[in-house]
Structure formats: structure tokens, C-alpha cells
Design a protein around this ligand. Sequence first.
Ligand code: PLP
Length: 391
Amino acid sequence: MSLSKETEVIFDANRGVDYDSANPPLYASSTFHQKVLGGDAKYDYARSGNPNRALLEEKLAALEGGDYAFAYASGIAAISAVLLTLNSGDHVILPDDVYGGTFRLTEQILTRFNIQFTTVDTTHLQEIEQAIQSNTKLVYIETPSNPLFKITDIKGVAQIAEQHKLLLAVDNTFMTPLGQSPLALGADIVVHSATKFLGGHSDIIAGAAITSNKEVADALYLLQNGTGTALSAHDSWTLSQHLKTLSVRFNQSVENAQKLYTFLSQREEIAEVYYPGNDALHLSQASHGGAVLGLRLKDETKAQAFVDALTLPLVSVSLGGVETILSHPATMSHAAVPKEVREARHITFGLFRLSVGLENADELIADLNYALKEAFNESTNQQTETEYFSR
Ligand SMILES: *Cc1c(COP(=O)(O)O)cnc(C)c1O
């Protein structure tokens, strides 16, 4: 019987062992007894393999529609593994607004091993084509991108990659496997920060890479075991549990995000709202706009007052939790980017990213409504960006 994604993450095929417990046991063992010397027991040492990680990986593969999945200690560990399948002298094409941690990994670490990178605006397919060199091996994209929600045509890039015999990897963290299926659109590898929606409870750091390409899968396993970046048994167990509620969590967050989008779009205090829910290209490759949106205050000197007046959202980095999370790219994810560069990329002091959680949507709207009114009230303290950074 072939199962839907919702059922797949809940049904435990190993049910029946260990007292018929509703949940799989946690195998908290670094090593396993070997009855037969030189035998082929399924597990011998937990870095190389562990039943909890194996179960999680089965579910991750089913969610993305891939043949193989590998769980890593973080999203960045999964992305590192994908990039380390390459050799010295190979070249990669990356988005110019790639996730900051991925940029740091390429710029400060992988270039030391002579893996070469070119960043382009991947929303323009011709920029990708023009960047291809004789040593190009991989195109790496994120869609929607962060924090401005730019959309890249996954099928279009997959066609270019195929013509030039390149691999295509997609960071699918923002849409989750329920909102967007890059492998079905022609990608070769999907990566996730499972810290975000897949985990969904802001309690673990985890990552995953999924593929149907056997050669890539072998390389990913070698790296998982050989560089020691596999996800622990405990975190694999926790993530498997959290995946069971992914569809209800994500669907509810998307519904809430759509309500917040409608509210925010009508506010005079807000200059721009970014949400891919109405973008034709995005909707041609995804089921909806997702649960994360961007907003830019008309007056950036109100940014701190806005945060001060809010009650519900957690003000922090990260996204995809059950709680609504408000991020401020200028002082968080993009704080290390020089101000001129940041502003040229429209990441101004008034820009916020809102990852919408599972709270009652009317209460979230009431909270935002209050905070916007308070912040834009003439008598409220204003703080310029210069003052902020000179604290
Ligand atoms: C958070 C994030 C990552 C990195 O994942 P970690 O789990 O923090 O290592 C990669 N890509 C995107 C899009 C992210 O949001």
C-alpha cells in the first residue's frame, strides 16, 4: 500500500517489536553487541548507523519523494555534506541572497579547499546560464529566498542543469516537503534545516539531505559517517515525533500567515509586505505562499518601538516554530553585512521577517495592530539606526 505523506510520518512500520509501544523505543546506544565475528549485523556503531536515525531517514525520504535521505546534526551540516561531495577545482553557482550560514561556509571554509563559487540572481535564468564554466558541477538555489521572498523557477533551472550535466540542489526549508517538491520538479538533491518547520518546536538543531541519485547518496552517507555529522539518536527520535504533526502545524501556520498578510497589506504604517502567496511563478511550483512573510515599516526609526509594543511574537532568529517568530535581518541574520551592501539589497533597518505560528490569528492581528499604532504614535520614542548601533 502506498501511503500519503501525512500517514507515512505517523505509521511505524516497525510496530510490533518491543511491547507494541505506540512510539518506537529510543536506542540510546553508541555501540551494538556483535554475536558473529565478521558478521553483517545491521548496526555496529551509532555514528555509522542507528535505528532511530534510520527510521527518521525513511520518513524524510518519503516526504520529499526521494529514494535516500540522510539526517545531519544541523541544516548547515547537511548543506556542507552536499557541497563536500564536490572536489577541489569544482565550481558551484549560488544565489546572491543565499542563507547567510551557507554563504559563510562557502566563502570562509570551502574556498580554502579550492571549491569555487559564483553568486548570481537565480531569479534570472540567463544569469545562471552565463555563470556556467567548464568546471561547474552544481547549481544551488533557495526559493522563496530570504528575507525578500524572491522566486526562482525550479523547473527552468533543472532544465539548464540537465543540458549542461550539472546537479541541482534546492534548499526547501521555507516551503517544507508539503508545500513544494523540488525532486519532482527536476532537482537532484533537496536540503532542509529541520531546525525550522520539520522540527517545528524550536527545541532541536537538525538538517537533512534527500536524493534519488545513488552516486550522490553514497557520497552523502560517506560524509555523514566519515565527517561525523550524523544526527544523534535522541534528536532523531524527537524529530520523528515532531514530523507526525507537520501537516497540521504547517497548514495552520499557512492559514494564519494568509490572514496576517491581508491585515498587514492594508496598514498605512507598512511600506511593503513580502509574501509569495500571489506570485504566479511560485504558485506554479508550490501549493501556497507558505507561513513566512516580510514587512517593511514606512518609518524605520519606529523599529524598536514596534518591537517594544509587541507581546506575542518571539523576537529572535529562526523560523518555523509553533510560536510566531519576528526576526530583524539588519541586526540578526545580516548584521555582518556592511550597511551599504545591506541597503543596496533592500535589507534596511525597517525590514522584519515574520514566521507565523499556531497562535489564534485574531490575537496575533490584535497584537500587531496595537504595536503598529503605538510605534507610530507621535509621542513614542524614536530611535535611528545610528543610535541603535552606537548603544
Ligand atoms: C536555518 C537555515 C539554514 C541552516 O540550518 P541550521 O539548522 O541552522 O544549521 C539553512 N537554510 C535556510 C533557508 C535556513 O533558514
